[in-house]
Design a protein around this ligand. Structure first.
Ligand code: NI
Length: 139
């Protein structure tokens, strides 16, 4: 019997949406204001959902302190007050929040027991949110 546990984290970062394969005009057409040369920032709200059976000894799916240490050390510290375009993860791809979702999923999936990570959900603004559950996700 699997139970899910979701915890919310926050970081603030800047980005500029600009694709190398496109001309400056095409980039302006595709990304609009998000292509502004000076970039812009977001207060990202990241939800990390883990899934598993309840540990009979602790009564928990995952120890919250352990999850905080993991997400803090590998995601929040990495991206808080950073320019996402400068991160090695975004040298080959545009730091859209779709790609950020997938990047965070990879960072955490590699550090959690196999199958434990259920989903990453990121709210970029009050009206935009993105989710990624991995390619092998089952319903
Ligand atoms: Ni943006």
């Amino acid at each position: 019997m699997n139970v899910t546990f979701t915890r919310r984290y926050h970081f603030s970062a800047s980005h500029r949406l600009d694709c190398e394969a496109l001309s400056p005009q095409e980039n302006r057409d595709v990304y609009g204001k998000c292509n502004n040369p000076h970039g812009h920032g977001h207060n990202y709200r990241v939800e990390v959902t883990v899934r598993g059976s309840i540990d009979p000894a602790t009564g928990m799916v995952m120890n919250m302190t352990d999850l905080d240490a993991l997400v803090g050390g590998s995601v929040v510290e990495r991206f808080h007050l950073a320019n996402l375009n400068a991160d090695p993860l975004f040298q080959q791809e545009v730091p859209t929040t779709e790609n950020l979702c997938r990047a965070i999923h990879r960072l955490l999936a590699d550090r959690l027991p196999q199958g434990k990570l259920r989903r990453i959900r990121i709210e970029e603004t009050e009206n935009n949110f993105f989710e990624y559950a991995g390619e092998a996700a089952r319903g």
